[in-house]
Design a protein around this ligand. Sequence first.
Ligand code: SF4
Ligand code: SF4
Ligand code: SF4
Length: 321
Amino acid sequence: MDINTKILKKNAYRITKKRGLTAIRIRVPGGHMEAKHFDVLKDIAEKYGNGTVHLTTRQGFEIPDIEMKYIPEINKMLQPVIEGLGINQVDPYTGYSAAGTRNVSSCIGNKVCPFGNYDTTSFAKRIEKAIFPNDYHVKVALTGCPNDCLKVRQHDFGIMGMTEPQYDAYRCVGCQACVTNCKKRATGALSFENFKVVRDHEKCIGCGECVGKCPTGAWTRSKEKYYRLAIMGRSGKKNPRLAEDFIVWVDEDSIIKIILNTYDYIQEYIDRDAPGGKEHIGYIVDRTGFEEYKKWALKDVNLGPKAKVAHNIYWSGIYYK
Ligand code: SF4
Ligand code: SF4
Ligand code: SF4
């Protein structure tokens, strides 16, 4: 069978080690889906694959050992799943691009986790809708709080939920559990003065620990949602490193605009002679410098009054010798 590998990859199928066999990849934005879709994945694996399904590191599925000739049939079977997951497609029944921007993943967030400051899946889906499909290799991940269970600092865009805790002095019985807890588990932003708890906004990382710790409900999460946006973390063989904070106390709309602006920046500066024509975004920033990236990233972004932007960022990471 004559196979166009570009088309294969663009349809979420993978070139594999086994001649004539491919694997289909299913992305799951926000890492959460209706259980009914499992039936379709099971049917595909049993009818066309080898009866197994691999759980990917980016919260998707990969069904191996599929003969290429079955791709059109499988695309037909998968269509309701793609629609159910809300994945953007160029054409229905042709799968979707799996090369380029990766699945937008997230931890479980406040649907289940008491530390979650927001609904991570909803925001992940919103980002996915705005940026996918796109041929540029960009990784975005979200967590509900700075515990960072998903390791978002290993991503190009790591988004961590924040809250600005609200204090009701009338409910406070002065037990100081929040003060001790903030010292032990966060940054020591709270102190007890004149029979009241005082929060140092400069020290507060918006984790929301105090909200969960107060026995009388004197601390509540702010109505406004805020995020910590860390950028240009990566894995890989050359210089793996953690993402550094770009903006703290930033809002959702600004984050989406910054990611969209980043695609324009990539389009302008990518080295098309790099291996595979795919220079990774972090290496582009290394070449042009953070100042140039920042100029592009913040174009037409209306940051809220609380947002704090890094003046400069220095990444380090590992250099293999
Ligand atoms: S990162 Fe925070 S919100 Fe997400 S699962 Fe971990 S503790 Fe819960
Ligand atoms: S935990 Fe609640 S009741 Fe205790 S000091 Fe803090 S705010 Fe007051
Ligand atoms: S949100 Fe976190 S850092 Fe801020 S006061 Fe509460 S526990 Fe401390």
